[in-house]
Design a protein around this ligand. Sequence first.
Ligand code: ADP
Length: 282
Amino acid sequence: MYNAFEGDIMSESNCSGNCATCSSNCKDRKQEDFFEPTGEFNIIKHVVAVVSGKGGVGKSAVTAMLAVLLSRKGYKVGILDADITGPSIPKAFGITAPAMQNEMGIIPAQTENGIKIISVNMMLKEHDQPVVWRGPVIAGLVKQFWQQVVWGELDYLLIDCPPGTGDVPLTVFQTIRLDGAVVVTTPQDLVSLIVKKALNMAKLMNINVLGVVENMSYVVCPDCGKKFSVFGESGDKYSELGIKLLGSMPIDPNLAAMIDCGAVERISGDFLNAAVSEIEKL
Ligand code: ADP
């Protein structure tokens, strides 16, 4: 008897030679070979992925706010919305116009403050139309956003990654050379080991994890201003996992209202300053 789940899924002895379809982290892994260059009109200085172990934790909200904070500091910023089946970036910035194209490629939308955005929502006739596509098609679109969008010169391109550890995040990690990743979690993710899975995937893919932003960490009483950690204190659990905590965000109905009505560029707050500083160090 042996434990069928022990060790690498693909052992070196039955190696197919195709690292793109294998998750093994064996010594012969040819990770670097798959990175694709961006389009010829683009100069993108740094690429940062925003990832999460599951959906609904506020990954898109954090991506949008990081972009806003970086742009307020004078950087040229773009957001590639790779969360193809759950795109929320255009809505957070109040963008409703469809993406246009010219002879150079696909032209991203620009927000009030000049943040460049591309999302599948800008290509759908109806914004509530579901994207019912298979993994390879979705992954192909993410590649297209990387290669065929005319980003021009950017200091930072943030990628709002699809949640989880499936096909599409894998394609993002293998196609685009990332300078770093910010992991977005909620306190429950910590309990259910979802953070650990996301971190292990990043480790497997040799991604430089800058740290964690814990969203929905607490609520502030509107009457007395006292903080309540609804799901318990996270304490030192992130350092036990060997990862930096870059910020904690409260559950805040105003935040949700601003994001949901397209006014993310008007949000203030210092929850993400440490995350921004970490990105600036790249
Ligand atoms: P994800 O990208 O992880 O799926 P979203 O960023 O789309 O999650 O957030 C899901 C919903 O939760 C959105 O309606 C968003 O406005 C809301 N939300 C996110 N963070 C907060 C928060 N800290 N307080 C209140 N609402 C939030």
